[in-house]
Design a protein around this ligand. Structure first.
Ligand code: MN
Length: 312
C-alpha cells in the first residue's frame, strides 16, 4: 500500500501594486542666493518635513530657470569651501557649472550631465558658472542634492563620478512605448524597468529625470520602506488626490509599493527615492556627521589644514 503525499504548490499571489499617498507638498517660499551664482529654493529641509521621511537626502536646493545677463569679467558662483560626511549631487538641466576640488577632480557639468561628488572624509571645492556660459549669459536651471552617508562610510576617501549625458540610459515612460522629447525617463541611479543608472551609491538610491506627456501615466515600483520625493519643475501631475505643480516637491508616505503619477500637462519631474539611513544626524554648515563631537572634529580638521591644500 502506498501513500500519496499531496504537496500544495504555492502560487504567487496576484497582488496589484498599492500606490503611495502624498504626505505633503512643499514649494514656493523664499529664493535665496548660494554665493552669487545660484538662486535657489531649499525644498529639503522644509517646514514640517521630517528627516525620517527624506533620508538619505539631507538637502535639496532647486534652482528654477533664471536668465543671467552676460558677464564681462569675473565669475559667478561659490569659492573654495569644505564638505565632510556626505555626497553632493548636481544635475544641470540648462546652463553649465565648472567644478574643481582638491582631490584632483575638475570638470564642467553641462545640460543633461550629473556630477556625483563624494566628500566623505573631507574635500575642498569651488563651484562656478562655466566661464563661456558666464560671458554669453543665458538661462540656468539645475538642482543640487546632499546625500547622506552611513556612519561606516563617512570617513572613507573622497570620490568623484562625472556622469555625462551620453552615459545615462534613456528609456520609454511605458514599456514598449517610444522615447520622445516630451516622454522619456533618464535613469541616473537605481533602475527603471530593465535600465540601470550609472551612478554608484553607498545605499540604495533611485534618481530619475522624467518627462511625461499630458494624459500619460508614470508608474514606478518601489519598496515601501524606501522614501520617495518627486520634484516637479514644469507642468503638473496628479498623485493620489493631490496636484503637484511646477516648483513643488511632493513627499510620499511609506504606505504602498509604487509611485503612480498622471501628467495633467506636459511635465518635467525628478524622482528621488532611497532606503533611509536610520542614524542620528549632527549638521553644522558644510559638515554632516552623527554627533556633535564629530562636528567639532570636522571644524578642527578643517581649521588645522587636514582637508588639504587649495590647488593653485
Ligand atoms: Mn559645495
Amino acid at each position: 500500500m502506498s501513500t500519496t503525499t499531496h504537496v500544495s504548490i504555492p502560487t504567487t499571489p496576484h497582488t496589484t501594486p498599492r500606490p503611495r499617498t502624498v504626505e505633503s507638498v512643499h514649494g514656493g517660499g523664499e529664493l535665496h542666493w548660494v554665493g552669487d551664482g545660484f538662486r535657489v529654493h531649499t525644498l529639503v529641509p522644509s517646514g514640517g518635513l521630517r528627516q525620517e521621511r527624506t533620508s538619505p537626502f539631507l538637502l535639496l536646493d532647486y534652482h528654477p530657470p533664471f536668465a543671467y545677463p552676460a558677464l564681462d569679467k569675473g565669475q559667478r558662483g561659490v569659492g573654495w569651501h569644505p564638505h565632510r560626511g556626505f555626497e553632493t549631487v548636481t544635475l544641470s538641466f540648462e546652463g553649465s557649472v565648472a567644478h574643481r576640488d582638491n582631490a584632483g577632480h575638475a570638470g564642467v557639468i553641462g545640460p543633461g550631465d550629473v556630477q556625483w561628488m563624494t566628500a566623505a572624509s573631507g574635500i575642498l571645492h569651488e563651484e562656478y558658472h562655466e566661464p563661456g556660459f558666464s560671458r554669453r549669459g543665458g538661462t540656468f536651471h539645475m538642482l543640487q542634492l546632499w546625500v547622506n552617508l552611513p556612519r561606516k562610510d563617512k570617513m572613507s576617501p573622497p570620490g568623484y563620478q562625472p556622469i555625462t549625458k551620453e552615459q545615462i540610459p534613456v528609456v520609454p515612460v511605458q514599456a514598449g512605448g517610444a522615447v520622445t522629447d516630451d516622454s522619456k525617463v533618464r535613469v541616473i541611479a537605481g533602475g527603471y524597468g530593465e535600465a540601470k543608472g550609472p551612478a554608484r551609491t553607498f545605499t540604495p538610491i533611485t534618481l530619475l529625470e522624467v518627462k511625461v506627456r499630458a494624459g500619460e501615466r508614470f508608474e514606478l515600483p518601489l519598496p515601501s520602506n524606501h522614501n520617495a520625493l518627486v520634484l516637479v519643475t514644469r507642468g503638473r501631475v496628479s498623485a493620489d488626490a493631490e496636484m503637484v505643480r511646477g516648483g513643488e516637491l511632493a513627499v510620499f508616505a511609506n504606505d504602498g509599493d509604487s509611485l503612480s503619477l498622471r501628467a495633467e500637462e506636459d511635465t518635467h519631474l525628478v524622482v528621488l527615492a532611497g532606503e533611509p539611513i536610520r542614524e542620528p544626524i549632527a549638521h553644522t554648515g558644510p559638515f554632516v556627521m552623527n554627533n556633535h563631537r564629530e562636528i567639532i572634529q570636522a571644524i578642527y580638521d578643517f581649521e588645522s589644514g587636514a582637508f588639504g591644500e587649495i590647488p593653485r
